[in-house]
Design a protein around this ligand. Structure first.
Ligand code: PLP
Length: 283
C-alpha cells in the first residue's frame, strides 16, 4: 500500500512517525474515516467540515487546505486502486518533547492518511443483523470531538466479542448515547425513527446527517430525543449508522430479540436508500 505522511506518498513500510508524536504519547489527535464507493468519495465535504470542527475545538492548526485534502484523498484512491473501502485520515498536534503543555506555536501537525480496501455494500452483518449488549458510557464528555482516544470503545468491542455479540450500545443516565463506533436508532410502533439529539455526549455522525436527509425525502418520520434501554428492547426495530457500516439492522439487545429476530423492513429499506444516495452524491 501507498500511504500519505505529511505531504509525501510513500510505501507503507517506509512511512515514519516520531516516537515523540503527541498522537502516540497523549492521543492528542483527531481523525476521520471517509468511504470510497465506485472509486469515489462519500460525503467528503461533511467529513472535512467535522475534521475542521474537531481541530478547532482542540485548538489544533493544520496548514493544509480542503482542496489539498481532497486531492490527497483522490491520489490515494488512485495509487491504491481502491473501488470500495475507506480512507483513514489522522491529524496529531505534531512532534515535541513530552510535556502536558501544548508545543510551541508553529509546531507542525502530523497528517497521515491510508486506504483500506473493504466490501461495504455487501455485508454479512447487515444481512444477518447485529446483536447488541449495553454498557455504561464512562467516556469523557466531549464525545462530539472525533479524537483517537478509542480505548474504551476498543475494550467494549472485545467484551462484546467475548459475550458472543457484535457490538455495544453505551448508556448514560439510563439512556442510550450511541454505539461503540456508530450512532444508535430505534423504530417505534408507528414507524417513527428515534435517535438521540446531537450534543457533547455523542459524535455527530456524517452518516446520521445523510440518513436524516434520506428519511425526509422519503417521508419517514425522525424524532430526535433520548431513549432508554427498555424502550429499545421493546422497539419494533433498531439499527446503527456509520460511514463504513452505513445502515446496519439490530436484531437483539441484551439477549432480548427484537421483532422476529430478523433485520426489520425500515432498517433494510433505509440501507438501500442510503446506499443509492451515497453512490449518487459521491465525488
Ligand atoms: N459515533 C461514534 C462513537 C463513532 O466512532 C462513529 C464513527 O466512527 C459514529 C458515531 C458514526 O459517525 P460517521 O457516520 O460519521 O461515521
Amino acid at each position: 500500500r501507498t500511504v500519505y505522511v505529511n505531504g509525501a506518498y510513500v510505501p507503507e513500510n517506509e512511512a515514519k512517525i516520531s516516537v515523540f508524536d503527541r498522537g502516540f504519547l497523549f492521543a492528542d489527535a483527531v481523525y476521520e474515516v471517509t468511504c470510497v464507493l465506485d472509486g469515489k468519495l462519500v460525503d467528503f465535504d461533511g467529513h472535512i467540515a467535522r475534521l475542521r470542527r474537531s481541530l478547532a475545538e482542540l485548538k489544533m492548526t493544520l496548514s493544509v487546505t480542503d482542496e489539498e485534502l481532497l486531492a490527497a484523498h483522490r491520489e490515494l484512491v488512485k495509487l491504491n486502486a481502491i473501488t470500495e473501502g475507506l480512507i483513514y485520515l489522522q491529524v496529531s498536534r505534531g512532534e515535541a518533547d513530552r510535556d502536558f503543555l501544548f508545543p510551541a506555536e508553529g509546531t507542525p501537525a502530523t497528517l497521515v492518511m491510508f486506504t483500506q480496501e473493504k466490501a461495504l455494500v455487501k455485508s454479512a452483518l447487515a444481512d444477518k443483523g447485529q446483536k447488541i449488549m449495553t454498557a455504561d458510557d464512562i467516556r469523557w464528555r466531549r464525545c462530539d470531538i472525533k479524537t483517537v482516544q478509542l480505548l474504551y470503545a476498543s475494550l467494549l468491542k472485545n467484551e462484546a466479542k467475548a459475550n458472543g455479540v457484535d457490538d455495544v450500545w453505551m448508556v448514560l443516565d439510563g439512556q442510550v448515547t450511541e454505539g461503540s463506533s456508530n450512532n444508535a436508532y430505534i423504530v417505534t410502533a408507528d414507524g417513527t425513527i428515534v435517535t438521540r439529539p446531537i450534543s457533547n455526549d455523542i459524535l455527530a455522525g456524517i452518516t446520521r446527517a445523510s440518513l436524516m436527509r434520506c428519511a425526509e425525502e422519503h417521508q419517514i418520520k425522525i424524532e430526535e430525543r433520548p431513549f432508554t434501554v427498555d424502550e429499545a428492547k421493546a422497539a419494533k426495530e433498531a439499527f446503527t449508522t456509520s460511514a463504513t457500516g452505513m445502515v446496519v439492522p439490530v436484531i437483539e439487545i441484551d439477549g432480548v430479540t427484537l421483532g422476529d429476530g430478523k433485520p426489520g423492513p425500515v432498517a433494510k429499506r433505509l440501507r438501500e436508500i442510503f446506499i443509492q444516495f451515497s453512490r449518487d452524491a459521491a465525488i
